[in-house]
Each structure stands twice: as structure tokens, then as C-alpha cells.
Design a protein around this ligand. Structure first.
Ligand code: GUN
Ligand code: ZN
Length: 439
């Protein structure tokens, strides 16, 4: 039995609710006790120490703010190398930059090296759980899971399914895609901290036969995740109308193939009809709000208020390499600006919720991650409250927690991450080499 005692200011959202919440718990001088990788106690530090004076010598004092590890609900690890590629919208961007990059992942060694780089970057940006697209190559998924397992990180990943409208080198078939996905799912889903997502890239690159096989697999494994893209770009939506003329709208294509349910994660969801909002809400599926990607690729403004009003679960996401930062702080800053452009508000607590507990609740993993409740896995980060002269001055002038949090959300990036812990083990410390944590 190993126990750690982390003392410092602590902020998290303890409650499981689909609606974003300022229902937070803030401990100015808190004590987070971790035992065997799980949160064993969270409370006031002085109370804890007066009841347990013998642990005093073992206490780790944190000077920054402790919050749960951040969750990125939609990201492509093979696209980290093409982040910030110039001048295209979605379909041209896929053909020009994305598909060529993804072909390199046929090499398992290349995939493993990129998975390592990606994970180390995630931890350096304070992200401890992500829902990750690999490529069409099964070895890109095993390489990713092997790397994630070596850090004991809770990750979701899946093999991309594509059997048309992309380079031949990136195509599988309805049958091989099903078989390889099933094999990976059976090997990795709930293996340690790993979780599997059935991953048809998006309807234009899958035949109806392939979507049907993906839906079959989802029915055979109802506790698996499903991840895909939905209504991101107007030209894409128009293409759906041409490719699937018998369906009333984009979501109807996925519904007809049993791909819309709880734990279905739909990237973007910008250009949706009223019917699609209602169908998403009643299914329990989630929209991944990808603000930096939606701006960078010129896709449009996600209507967060409308999703909220319709009761659709929303989780924040980077969507790198369409997105321009792995930092969930940078993405909160963009989310705020997207809401501003639609005369809507996004409070600093709401946006932090969307990449911690809110994301976990939307994805059904709140008993494991997203909060610091007793029994949850001890994935947490310490924020540096003096990361840059600009932010340091701004934080010194801020009078309330809300004001401080908004400044961090707006100005923050990887520089605000002081340390990252997975199941109580430090995997990143600012200014030091990455801490390898073979389990
Ligand atoms: N739609 C289909 N594939 C992709 C992708 O890789 N990135 C984004 N942003 N949208 C997609
Ligand atoms: Zn994406």
C-alpha cells in the first residue's frame, strides 16, 4: 500500500450532471490523499493533519492550484506533425495534409515513436485522458495503446474505418475493418486503463456496408465507445446529401447503422437541424466542441447554447491537427470567443467543467476520471500561478477565484502546467525531462 499526501489549493467539480456547473468545490488549503492510485481522501488540510499528525513529514506541499487532469474528448495523434498547415478547409485539408501524413503509420515503429511524442505532449499540456483517433492501420492502435499502457494513462483509441473516397493505401474493407477492430477491441477494451472506440472516420469515407459492420460491432460490444465526425463543414454536409440521398440528414445516416447511442462521440456538430439536436439529446450521445479546429479550418461556429437548450451533452476537444493547440486552456479561450460571437456566455467554471467533470459525465467515465472524488483515479495536475510575467501580474490583480480562473483559461497553455500525475504517479514536471513510468 502506497500513500501520498498532496497539500495545496484544490478545485474540482464533484457532481455528475450533464449541465455545466459552477457547482464546484474549492479548498484553499486542501489535502488530497492518494492510496494505490486512487483518491482516498479530499478535505481541509488542517483538519486532516490534526486527526493524522503522524503523516506531517510525508506531506507534499504544492504552491500552485491542483485540479483534475484535463480531458480532450477528440484528437488525432497521427496529425500532431501536421498541426498548423496552411490555407485549406476540411476536405482539401484532408487530401493535402492529413491523408499523406497518416500513410506513414503503416510502420509500427513510426507509430510507436509518434504515440510516445503525442502522449508526452499531452501530459506537458495537462491532459491525462483523451479520445484518440489512430489511423486505418491496426498497428497504429496497438502502438498507441502499448505506449499509453506504459504510462498507465486512461486513454480511449480506435482504428479508423475507411473503405472509400480516400487514398487506396488508407483503405480497409467492410469485412477487414470489422475483423481488425473487433480483435483490437477484444484485446484492449478495459485492459488496464485502456478503452476502445469504434472509429468510422466519417460517413463520406465509409460505404453503407462498412457503417453496418461498425454498427454490428457496436451492438456486440455495447460498453465500447464510438467516435466519428458530424456536420463539420458545409461542403461536407452537401456531399452527404449526394452520397446518401435517401436519408433526411447527416445524423440519420449514423442512426440507420446503429451508431448513435450513449458513448457515441460526434466531432464538431456545427451545422445541425432541429431534428438532429433532439435525436442527439434523446440518444445520450455527445458532441465534441472543437473551437480551435472549427476556427482554423473555417468550419463555422458551434452553437453551444443551442446544444445546451436541447439537452445535448457537450465535451470540449482540441481536434489536433485541425485544432491549433493541445492545450485545453487554449481551447477554452477559443470556446469563449466562439460563444462571444453568438452573444452567448461561457463562464470560466463552465468551460473548465467541459474539459474535466463535464467531459467525463458526457462520456460516462466520471467514476474513473474528471474529478477528485474519493474512489476516483488520482489523475491530477498542478497549475503554475506564476508561469509568465503577464499571467503572474494578471493573477495578482484578480480578486476572485472566477477572475483568476478566467485569466488562466484565456492566457494559459502548456506554460501553466507545473506537474502532471497519473494514478498518483508524476509523469511530467515543468523544467525536467519527462519522467518515464514503466508500469
Ligand atoms: N473529418 C473527417 N476526418 C477528419 C479529420 O481528420 N479532422 C477533422 N477536423 N475533420 C475530419
Ligand atoms: Zn477530428
Amino acid at each position: 500500500m502506497t500513500r501520498q499526501f498532496h497539500r495545496g489549493s484544490i478545485l474540482h467539480f464533484p457532481k455528475a450532471t450533464i449541465a455545466p456547473s459552477d457547482n464546484y468545490q474549492y479548498l484553499h488549503d486542501g489535502m488530497l490523499v492518494v492510496e494505490d492510485g486512487l483518491v482516498q481522501h479530499l478535505g481541509d488540510a488542517q483538519d486532516y493533519l490534526s486527526n493524522n499528525p503522524e503523516v506531517q513529514a510525508a506531506v507534499i506541499q504544492h504552491h500552485g492550484l491542483i485540479i483534475p487532469g484535463l480531458i480532450d474528448s477528440h484528437v488525432h495523434y497521427p496529425q500532431v506533425e501536421i498541426i498548423a498547415s496552411y490555407g485549406k478547409q476540411l476536405l482539401d485539408w484532408l487530401n493535402t495534409y492529413t491523408f499523406p501524413a497518416e500513410q506513414q503509420f503503416v510502420e509500427a515503429a513510426y507509430a510507436r515513436a509518434q504515440a510516445e511524442f503525442f502522449l508526452q505532449q499531452l501530459f506537458a499540456h495537462g491532459t491525462t485522458t483523451a479520445s484518440v483517433y489512430a489511423t486505418v492501420h491496426p498497428q497504429s492502435v496497438s502502438s498507441f495503446f502499448e505506449a499509453a499502457e506504459s504510462y498507465n494513462a486512461r486513454m480511449i483509441c480506435g482504428k479508423v474505418l475507411m473503405d472509400r473516397n480516400c487514398p487506396t493505401a488508407l483503405q480497409d474493407s467492410a469485412e477487414s475493418g470489422y475483423r481488425e477492430s473487433k480483435q483490437l477491441l477484444e484485446q484492449w477494451h478495459k485492459n488496464g486503463r485502456q478503452l476502445y472506440a469504434i472509429t468510422p472516420r466519417f460517413a463520406p469515407t465509409s460505404s453503407e456496408a462498412q457503417l453496418a459492420k461498425a454498427g454490428q460491432l457496436a451492438k456486440e460490444h455495447p460498453d465500447s465507445f464510438i467516435q466519428t465526425h458530424l456536420s463539420e463543414n458545409p461542403t461536407e454536409v452537401q456531399w452527404i446529401n449526394e452520397l446518401f440521398p435517401d436519408y433526411s440528414d447527416y445524423l440519420a445516416v449514423y442512426e440507420a447503422h446503429d451508431l448513435v447511442r450513449e458513448r457515441s462521440l460526434f466531432g464538431h456538430g456545427i451545422h445541425l437541424t432541429d431534428r438532429e439536436y433532439l435525436a442527439l439529446a434523446s440518444s445520450g450521445a455527445t458532441i465534441n466542441f472543437c473551437p480551435s479546429s472549427n476556427l482554423f479550418l473555417g468550419s463555422g461556429l458551434f452553437n453551444y447554447q443551442r446544444a445546451q437548450a436541447n439537452g445535448v451533452a457537450v465535451a470540449l476537444a482540441s481536434d489536433v491537427g485541425g485544432g491549433t493547440s493541445l492545450s485545453m486552456f487554449a481551447n477554452q479561450a477559443d470556446a469563449y470567443k466562439v460563444c462571444q460571437l453568438q452573444q452567448a456566455s461561457l463562464s470560466p467554471f463552465d468551460s473548465l467543467y467541459l474539459c474535466t467533470q463535464g467531459a467525463a459525465v458526457a462520456m460516462g467515465i466520471e467514476r474513473q476520471v474528471g474529478n477528485l472524488n474519493v474512489g476516483s483515479e488520482a489523475d491530477f495536475i498542478e497549475l503554475d500561478m506564476h508561469p509568465t510575467p503577464m499571467l503572474s501580474q494578471r493573477l495578482n490583480k484578480a480578486s476572485s477565484l472566477s477572475e483568476k480562473l478566467f485569466a488562466i483559461n484565456t492566457l494559459g497553455d502548456d506554460r501553466v502546467i507545473n506537474a502532471t500525475y497519473l494514478a498518483g504517479k508524476q509523469v511530467y514536471k515543468k523544467g525536467q525531462h519527462y519522467v518515464a513510468t514503466a508500469v
